[in-house]
Design a protein around this ligand. Structure first.
Ligand SMILES: [Zn+2]
Length: 324
């Protein structure tokens, strides 16, 4: 069992997610938040997952909570007209994601764990996870903006800031920003080991965040690299103050999950990514076959050492009691 002692305030929902011995308590449901009213737009490449405005999202999560899904991850999806080169809208407290976090924490308080994606790619018009100078992502320019976004989420009550950008040194910078503003109980889930994977395609449709030029291989990890880089990234983020260490994608990097889990003391999360989700659906399995496939995958995550599992399968698994 891995415990993060720094956070003073361990709500039962937080404890359940991190220390829960069951797969069910480890699951986190992702959501995509858009502007507007009554928006509930299916994502064609990810059947079963919708883009939702805050009003619909809160109702959806209310139903999820009744079913026993207590951990939720929110991704902002910005209109093209809200994007600019410096992601200036990403830290705006009146944006849908910030409003959603506020409403969810007001409604469910300590019963819910809200994780929020902190990155620039959904708010930059070029679609990169950092700020650009002469077509290059500049690590050190990007960090102050990431800190501003993290603070805006913390102010709204997010339980965990999920730093997904892969800039070096951002965990330390975000931790210091949070501490200096008094957000000592806001955790950081760091995407420490994030590969430049071909399995993110459907997500980029969902979040409308594909890069306009080049790819993300200058800051995400080489899919051919060995364990040493993964372990180094994980240990570095742990030392910088990350509370949860993420490996992404999950299914095709289970060996890495095991190595990382053996190397860090903090809980390890896996992101069962959109391409992996679509793969299960691609064979059009019967409900019974789908249940068996999904349960087999989730058990593999646990066996590899995952303490937290972010998966688009969460809702169907818990609503249908597939693990019982
Ligand atoms: Zn990004």
């Amino acid at each position: 069992m891995k415990i993060r002692p720094r956070i003073n305030r361990w709500t039962s929902a937080r404890r359940n997610l991190i220390n829960g011995s069951s797969i069910q308590s480890s699951l986190v449901q992702p959501h995509f938040v858009v502007e507007g009213d009554m928006v509930n737009e299916p994502i064609l490449t990810m059947p079963g997952i919708n883009r939702q405005s805050v009003d619909v999202l809160v109702k959806t999560i209310e139903k999820d909570m009744e079913m026993g899904i207590t951990s939720h991850m929110l991704f902002p999806v910005l209109k093209q007209s809200d994007k600019d080169p410096i992601a200036s809208k990403a830290s705006n407290l009146s944006m849908p994601l910030q409003k959603a976090v506020k409403q969810l924490k007001r409604k469910f308080g300590d019963e819910i764990v809200v994780m929020t994606d902190v990155c620039l790619c959904t708010a930059t018009d070029h679609g990169h996870c950092g700020l650009i100078n002469e077509s290059e992502v500049v690590n050190d320019l990007s960090i102050p903006e990431l800190c501003r976004i993290a603070l805006s989420h913390a102010e709204c009550g997010a339980d965990y800031i999920s730093a997904s950008d892969m800039m070096d040194g951002r965990v330390n910078a975000i931790r210091e920003s949070l501490e200096s503003e008094g957000y000592v109980n806001t955790g950081i889930m760091s995407y420490s080991v994030k590969y430049a994977s071909a399995f993110y395609g459907p997500f980029r449709d969902a979040a409308d965040s594909a890069p306009a030029f080049n790819d993300r291989s200058s800051y995400q990890m080489d899919t051919r690299s060995d364990y040493s880089e993964a372990i180094l990234e994980a240990i570095t983020d742990e030392k910088e103050g990350a509370d949860i260490i993420m490996v992404k994608p999950a299914m095709i990097y289970l060996d890495v999950v095991r190595e990382v889990s053996n190397s860090v003391m903090r809980p390890v999360a896996v992101y069962n990514v959109s391409g992996e989700y679509s793969m299960v659906l691609a064979s059009k399995p019967s409900v019974e076959e789908r249940k068996k496939m999904v349960c087999e995958i989730l058990h593999a995550f646990k066996r590899a050492g995952a303490d937290v599992i972010v998966s688009y399968h969460t809702r169907e698994v818990i609503n249908n009691k597939w693990l019982n």
